[in-house]
Design a protein around this ligand. Structure first.
Ligand SMILES: [Zn+2]
Length: 384
């Protein structure tokens, strides 16, 4: 057991370098002692520096020392400095998991299935058969009452017999046992770093929960993480409030209003597109050409298909392009008994540019990723 993990503020240490080993991405510096936490038990590795160089990774060596990855080779003495803010935040998150899960185990007899945490929040998957907002609020209130009591997180080194009174047999298969105890709420075998007492968590805020196949995931924040999340969300809401010229807590009304306006605009656009389609259909049905080659720009997809369908049922053969940026969509269509050889025409187009798509001999459609200007001129040659 690493005694430095008993004190969350044991963040500086002077020690001796045992070896310096070249790696692909730097040098692994193994030291006699180390206060750096190595990822495990749901807690990430510490960040910090060795002789002023950023520690990029840490690992346990086979003989139980800790190796630190840095960019430069080092020999002699090592001055280790763990990033205190980052250490405190991870200790708060981990310790809050002890508190919340310990309380849920005790009060609701729901066992802990898994822990998780990321940049913004933390949580645990718990073996609840049922969970609701009321229970979540009760957990939050009681945990915050424990925080107000400032119960200590005691680090114990029990004998196997002592530990057996609280912990299951399978968790006791280690040479040296280390336990964390919070009043009568939690007693757990754990080798991580913890806050000394609950007041350092500030408060625990439950955010939401999700049903899983094994129980429920509950999400919460505490301490610095709570502060950071509030800061980020508050800034976001204030910016959005400025955007909508409204109070941050009234943004949902503005969004609903915007959605309604958007729906009205979309329906107006659809109506106009339909009018446009009817107008174009009318124009081309009166056109003396039997085979019509035309190039449009950004014609709505539905209008494009509908127009081709109306014209073919009116007896016309169409060779249509609709340009979009440097590419184009195409539809070649004809009445089934019309003479035009659409397969042959598409083959000609393929001779001058890349074409995607195809179809039946009387209706072909697809896209031309990069459509040269001479495609429409080529199609015009087949007009009749
Ligand atoms: Zn722990």
């Amino acid at each position: 057991m690493n005694k430095y993990y008993d004190d969350w503020h044991a963040t500086t240490l002077d020690t001796v370098i045992l070896s310096c080993e070249k790696a692909d991405n730097g040098y692994w510096i193994t030291t006699e002692e180390s206060n750096f936490y190595v990822k495990g038990g749901g807690m990430d590795s510490d960040k910090g520096t060795l002789n002023g160089f950023e520690v990029l990774d840490v690992r346990m060596t086979s003989d139980g020392h800790i190796a630190h990855l840095i960019q430069e080779p080092q020999t002699g003495n090592a001055h280790l400095e763990v990033d205190l803010y980052d250490r405190e935040m991870r200790c708060e998150i981990h310790s809050a998991q002890h508190l919340v899960c310990g309380y849920i185990n005790k009060k609701y007899h729901a066992k802990t299935i898994a822990f998780f945490n990321d940049d913004t929040e933390e949580g645990a998957e718990m073996g609840f058969t049922d969970l609701n907002e009321e229970i979540l609020a009760e957990i939050e209130n009681t945990c915050n009452a424990y925080i107000a009591e400032d119960l200590p997180l005691e680090i114990l080194y029990p004998t196997r017999e002592e530990a057996m009174r609280y912990a299951p047999e399978e968790k006791l298969e280690h040479d040296e046992l280390r336990a964390v105890k919070i009043g009568d709420i939690d007693y757990n075998m754990c080798a991580c770093v913890h806050v000394p007492s609950l007041r350092y968590l500030g408060m625990v805020k439950m955010t939401h929960f999700e049903k899983t196949t094994r129980g429920y995931k509950i999400f919460f924040v505490c301490g610095k993480q709570l502060n950071n999340l509030f800061e980020r969300q508050n800034r976001l809401l204030r910016n959005l409030g400025k955007h909508f010229s409204t109070h941050p807590l009234e943004i949902d009304k503005s969004v609903t209003h915007l959605e309604e306006e958007n729906r009205a605009h979309l329906s107006q656009i659809k109506h106009l597109e339909e009018e446009k389609c009817d107008h174009l259909a009318d124009k081309y049905l009166r056109d003396p050409r039997g085979i019509i080659a035309e190039e449009f720009v950004n014609l709505d997809n539905a209008v494009f298909s509908k127009l081709a369908a109306i014209l073919t049922s009116g007896g016309k053969t169409v060779l249509f392009l609709s340009r979009e940026g440097k590419g184009a969509r195409f539809i070649f269509a004809k009445p089934k008994d019309a003479p035009a050889d659409l397969t042959g025409i598409l083959k000609k187009v393929k001779e001058i540019t890349e074409v995607r798509g195809g179809g039946a001999p009387f209706r072909m459609q697809g896209s031309i990723p990069s459509c040269p200007d001479n495609v429409i001129a080529l199609l015009k040659e087949f007009e009749d």
